[in-house]
Ligand binder design. Structure first.
Ligand SMILES: C[S@@+](CC[C@H](N)C(=O)[O-])C[C@H]1O[C@@H](n2cnc3c(N)ncnc32)[C@H](O)[C@@H]1O
Length: 239
């Protein structure tokens, strides 16, 4: 008898660039089963170093509480949880949270734009490869500010814009041509990786995102490029 999960190889589910929450959650539900391995293949193993850099940017201290928004399978949360940090995974895709069930961190279902947390209840918020998928990123950034204690930190790890023009051209070619082809061989929902490429191209560059973070009330906004700007880490403080 056919494994019903294999239907996902032939029936793709993808969100549009309007990022309607129900479509985004459904798309990630269908990506979930092979999400971690697809990430590692498509990033040529760089994802692990991007996660370590995200933790270094947050620099959480033992005993602090950190919220990992859009945590998916909690692969980003376990990196934050080392050394006595209380890291909580939050995502609105039940499929992604279930796929990460074996990861021993607390998990909560919730929307980045209406977090199920009290005001000023966490020391830091991280969102890795998530903000680009949120229907209203500015509302989410304001919500992260609401739940963070004064003095707390926000780290946004997101695909960005390579700074060297020839590299940017090559990378765009990879995104639009090679990446969807590789995803067809590896992912449980290859259509989602067409969305991935398009959503990266439509996303604000480093300076524009910094402006959006500041516009949501965050101070001391700064960023650092990783892998030539394929990824940018933005950090900000709550006053
Ligand atoms: C590309 S995955 C990132 C997962 C993980 N943070 C990582 O670094 O691999 C994006 C995640 O964002 C979640 N997401 C998108 N919009 C969301 C929202 N409004 N609220 C909560 N989660 C959201 C999706 O369900 C998905 O699990």
């Amino acid at each position: 008898m056919a494994d019903p999960r294999d239907r996902a190889h032939t029936v793709g589910v993808r969100a549009g660039l309007d990022k309607r929450p129900a479509d985004v959650a459904a798309m990630f539900d269908r990506v979930a089963r092979r999400y971690d391995v697809t990430n590692t293949v498509l990033s040529a193993g760089l994802d692990a170093s991007w996660r370590r850099a995200t933790r270094d940017a947050l620099a959480p201290r033992p005993g602090q509480t950190v919220l990992d928004v859009a945590a998916g399978t909690a692969v980003s949360t376990v990196e934050l949880a080392a050394g006595g940090v209380h890291a909580i995974a939050c995502d609105f895709s039940q499929g992604m949270l279930r796929a990460g069930a074996a990861r021993a961190v607390p998990k909560v279902a919730g929307d980045a734009m209406a977090l199920p947390l009290a005001d000023r209840s966490v020391d830091g918020v991280v969102i890795s490869f998530g903000l680009r998928n949120v229907a209203d990123p500015d509302a989410a950034l304001r919500e992260f500010h609401r739940v963070t204690r004064p003095g707390g930190t926000l780290v946004v790890c997101e695909f960005s814009s390579p700074t060297w023009a020839p590299f940017r051209t090559l990378y765009t070619e990879y995104l639009m041509q090679a990446l969807p082809r590789i995803a067809r061989a590896v992912s449980s929902n290859p259509e989602a990786y067409v969305y991935l490429a398009e959503s990266i191209r439509a996303w604000p560059d480093q300076a524009a995102l910094a402006g959006r973070i500041a516009g949501a009330g965050w101070g001391d906004v700064a960023w650092r490029d990783l892998t030539g700007g394929i990824v940018a880490l933005h950090r900000a403080r709550r006053s």
